[in-house]
Design a binder for this molecule. Structure first.
Ligand code: ZN
Ligand code: ZN
Length: 681
């Protein structure tokens, strides 16, 4: 393949384009009549080009096929891991955290693969066709969304006879009547049941810094990581509640709040329902409040922890197997319900995907650059990708995007090609990586959790927006405390100006309050998000409310952001020095929880652990009660920087993962950490 790509760089591009048949089938071919040496040369080039296109096509299809097979395996195992929340035994409380930190993909990827695996179980004839490589991933996904066991043969015939586009069209028409859960990876251009719309506002970099800060504060307030549009909705609602004097917006504000409240209720009841079904204990424990301390049982729990939990996990596996009588092979079920075995299989499947994806990206780039899809009779890359390769065009663009950025730095290209950095890490690093800093960022990605890596990247970007475009994008020192540059600027200005509690936006942020100079400022960056159409409308109304006649649009944005940031920074939370120090979120490595925080004593009070801040750490309720105090997660050492973490503790082997703070721990250091912990008790 290497040679193929080398020749691609200097490939001659004939003026007229070859049109050979799609998949070998004939399509009209119109060679130019020249009848001289020039024409002969062109024909030769055309043939050569067609041959090249064919080779590339075969390689691409093989790579996509092997990727699809691994994705199927990923789905089968991911489904088993989700059953009874088996990933909790590995030390993670959310599937998304496990997927990101351990596999380097989004939970959506795992859910989508698990969905296909589940559907294929119900459609054995379709599954067999997929195993024989007769159906691409795109075809299988489409058929899985609509076929039932009784009509799977017809759907299979339809898939074979029609293009993927036609198949999708037929499926869309049938879909409302189809049984079963919808494909979680289905992209129909809507968000939250509404048409999706993108809002873009060109602005000076410092306003984008405000935007980043507002997103972080919105997430903090919501108690969980928010996608940009959800944060935008909260920002708009907050902006209305503190509208500038003289503008009557009460109705809108009330409507916005009601909408948010309704959604929150919907989410809560959904979560509660899930808890009731799967884990009655969790619900009772969740009632414990946000400042619960270690339960009384903490002296006994750790000793019998891993064993007891393993038994629970095994029992859960058995229960799941028993509840499905059609599954005869319960022994196999038990063998495939061990979370550690499942984890190993997932990691292996991901390894294949992680090396085949860069390959697909590289080959695709040649196809795009040379317009080789035309050689197969396709008018666009999207058609080629869908019909020939059976991957989604969204995925193809994402692969191409990362592939293009690997040209910025050899270190980045090498790490990505070899699968040394995960898909999620690569995407996280894209905005900051350049020739000078690539090696440092790759090393950092290897050293810390993806959670920490994302924090560092956001911090560097925010700092750049505040300090100017010439600021370097190097990683911050390892383990450094990341203080938001915007928050710092506010603190500085707050110290010099007397603040009135209820009109913070007038006095705070003087550094940013440059209305007069606004007209002269350069809008060199862009703030953007994609949201349901109603949220975009709400956000625009908020901007309108803050707009001054004749002033640029971004100035209204700056005012909205200044208002909400000042308000949120000034709002007194319940004072808790430990939670504040730990950034109001769970300190267990990789955990994204920001809600239901507990104050955990690293050395238990029953064993003489004191109340000093160095012995206390903020952890989420789920990690505290189901992780630490059941022995699945171990924490020792000194807060906040030197906590030794072990995730997925087991009696018959090393823990699955070890960290010091957010730093990954190599195996040798893991043993040290364990030894130390035993000495100190
Ligand atoms: Zn505790
Ligand atoms: Zn947690």
């Amino acid at each position: 393949m290497g040679s193929l790509l080398h020749s691609a760089g200097s490939w001659p591009r004939p003026r007229s384009r070859a049109a050979v048949g799609r998949g070998g089938a004939a399509r009209s071919r119109r060679p130019r009549e020249r009848g001289n040496a020039d024409g002969e040369l062109e024909r030769a080039l055309l043939t050569e080009r067609a041959r090249f296109a064919r080779h590339l096509d075969i390689e691409l299809r093989v790579a996509c096929r092997s990727e699809a097979a691994s994705r199927h395996e990923l789905g089968i195992v991911a489904r088993a891991l989700c059953r009874g929340h088996a990933y909790r035994r590995l030390g993670f409380v959310r599937l998304s955290d496990y997927a990101r930190e351990r596999l380097g993909v989004s939970a959506r990827t795992l859910h989508a693969a698990a969905w296909v695996a589940t559907r294929l179980d119900a459609l054995p004839i379709v599954a067999a066709a997929f195993d024989r490589a007769e159906l691409s991933w795109a075809q299988v996904r489409t058929v899985c969304a609509v076929a039932r066991p009784e009509d799977q043969v017809q759907w299979l015939a339809r898939a074979r006879a029609s293009t993927v586009e036609e198949l999708e069209r037929i499926a869309r028409a049938v879909r409302p009547n189809a049984a079963g859960a919808a494909d979680p990876d289905h992209d129909d251009g809507t968000i939250d049941g509404e048409p999706a719309l993108r809002l873009r506002i060109a602005c000076p970099a410092r306003v984008r810094a405000l935007w980043r800060r507002a997103l972080e504060l919105a997430s903090r307030g919501a108690g969980e990581p928010l996608v940009a549009w959800r944060a935008a909705e909260i920002i708009a609602a907050e902006a209305f509640s503190g509208r500038p004097a003289g503008v009557s917006l009460v109705d809108r504000a009330v409507l916005a709040c009601m909408r948010l409240a309704r959604r929150a209720r919907r989410c809560d009841s959904a979560t509660d329902a899930r808890r009731t079904v799967t884990d009655p204990a969790a619900r009772a424990l969740a009632m414990g409040g946000s400042s619960a301390h270690c339960p009384a049982s903490e002296t006994v729990a750790p000793e019998l922890g891993p064993v007891a939990t393993a038994q629970v996990a095994a029992a859960t596996g058995q229960a799941a197997a028993a509840s499905e009588p059609e599954r005869a092979d319960t022994a196999l079920q038990r063998a495939t319900s061990d979370p550690f075995a499942l984890d190993a299989r997932l990691v292996a499947a991901m390894r294949v995907i992680r090396t085949s994806e860069p390959r697909i990206g590289r080959l695709l780039r040649v196809v795009v650059d040379q317009h080789l899809y035309r050689a197969h009779g396709f008018a666009s890359l999207a058609d080629y990708v869908r019909e020939r390769l059976g991957i989604s065009i969204r995925k193809a663009w994402a692969l191409l995007k990362v592939e293009r950025s690997t040209h910025r730095a050899d270190d980045f290209a090498r790490a990505y090609d070899e699968g040394a950095i995960s898909w999620v890490s690569a995407l996280t690093l894209l905005p900051v990586v350049d020739r000078a800093n690539a090696a440092a960022w790759i090393a950092r990605a290897d050293a810390v959790t993806v959670r920490r890596l994302a924090d560092e990247v956001s911090w560097v970007l925010e700092a750049r927006d505040v300090c100017g475009a010439d600021a370097r994008l190097d990683p911050p020192p390892l383990d450094s405390v990341l203080v938001s540059p915007v928050a710092q600027a506010i603190a500085t200005s707050a110290a010099s100006v007397q603040i009135r509690a209820h009109a913070p936006s007038q006095t705070l942020l003087t550094k940013f309050d440059t209305d007069r100079r606004a007209a002269l400022e350069v809008c060199d960056v862009e703030m953007q998000f994609t949201a349901p159409v109603s949220v975009v409308a709400l956000f625009r109304e908020a901007l309108d409310a803050y707009a001054e006649p004749g002033a640029p649009r971004w100035l209204a944005l700056a005012r909205v952001l200044q208002h909400v940031i000042a308000y949120w920074e000034a709002t007194p939370r319940h004072r808790d020095p430990i939670f504040a120090r730990d950034g109001w979120r769970c300190t267990v490595p990789g955990c994204s929880s920001r809600r239901n925080l507990h104050d955990h004593h690293l050395r238990y009070r029953s064993r003489g652990g004191g109340n000093a801040p160095t012995n206390r750490s903020a952890v989420c309720a789920a990690h505290h009660l189901h992780g630490i105090h059941t022995g699945v997660v171990r924490a020792s050492g000194t807060a906040p920087r030197d906590i030794h973490w072990q995730l997925g503790v087991r009696s018959d082997g090393p823990p699955l993962l070890s960290y010091v703070g957010d730093r990954r721990c190599p195996d040798a250091r893991w043993k040290n950490a364990l030894g130390q912990e035993k000495e100190t008790g």
